[in-house]
Design a protein around this ligand. Structure first.
Ligand code: SF4
Length: 268
């Protein structure tokens, strides 16, 4: 029974990743069509100077297109084989970054919800981070949690100091404190991207496990380039930004993954 659930979960995650990878490929093909159209216009140009100028522009566009294709193919191969391609890391990141807005636009045009596309991007990013970090063990792991996990009526200021939480158990902050204590991760509760960047700068973590909504995770992951970040999307049973929840087993799995510890302990 549990293996069926696991298989269904894996199939669901694969399907999620395919959305973003498919949109990236679609965006690349769209760019190829634009370049081909521009080339066709050049071939019909009568003026010699215009022709030279446009040929240079098209040549640069083709080089750029080839680099994006190499980055995207590297990304697909890395996801498919779960293997890191170290020399292509920066080109893969550039391809994703450049094609990302186009992929969002294309997905929306195809009628996909922006949240779904961003969730797919987070899955892709997480798998790449797991692939890149699977042989490394990080000691300084930061757990970044959003303020909206705190019970909305709680009077304690946990963004100033998370230890102000009285662990009453009314919201997941108490569980996250226990988890941080158990795993040795450094927990910070932040009000948004600016504060997240500030605490990262102050603590200098080697790796980050971040909990947030799709929008904040997507921009956060892109902001802290070079630092391995595993993103976990929060649950919003009462709508966005209030009394949100998180799957603690996913958080623990992510922290232990960075530490090269396997399995999730049951003592909680
Ligand atoms: S667990 Fe902590 S943060 Fe949550 S409501 Fe209780 S005291 Fe407030």
């Amino acid at each position: 029974m549990s293996s069926t659930i696991k298989k269904n979960k894996e199939a669901e995650q694969r399907a999620k990743k395919r959305i973003f990878v498919g949109l990236l490929l679609g965006s690349l093909l769209f760019l190829a069509a634009v370049v081909a159209f521009a080339w066709w216009l050049v071939s019909r140009q009568a003026f010699y100077l215009n022709k030279i100028l446009l040929t240079v522009v098209i040549a640069v566009a083709i080089v750029f297109f080839v680099l994006l294709s190499v980055g995207l193919l590297g990304l697909i191969w890395s996801l498919w084989r779960s293997k890191e391609i170290a020399p292509l890391q920066s080109i893969m990141r550039t391809a994703t970054r450049v094609l990302f807005p186009l992929a969002i636009w294309m997905g929306k045009w195809l009628g996909l919800a922006e949240e779904k596309i961003k969730s797919s991007y987070i899955q892709v990013s997480n798998q790449l981070v797991r692939t890149q970090t699977k042989l490394k063990a990080y000691q300084k792991v930061m757990l970044l949690a959003p303020h909206c996990l705190q019970w909305i009526h709680c009077p304690h200021k946990i963004t100033i100091n998370v230890d102000n939480c009285k662990r009453c158990g009314h919201c997941p902050i108490a569980d996250l404190l226990d988890l941080a204590q158990k795993t040795g991760a450094h927990l910070e509760v932040v009000t948004g991207g600016t504060m997240a960047r500030k605490v990262i700068k102050e603590y200098h973590p080697q790796a980050v496990v971040a909990i947030a909504c799709e929008r904040d995770l997507t921009s956060g992951i892109q902001d802290v380039e070079g630092l391995p970040v595993l993103g976990i999307v929060n649950e919003r049973p009462e709508g966005p930004c209030a009394n949100t929840r998180v799957d603690l087993s996913k958080v623990e799995e992510a922290i232990r993954g960075f530490r090269q510890e396997t399995g999730i302990s049951n003592e909680r």
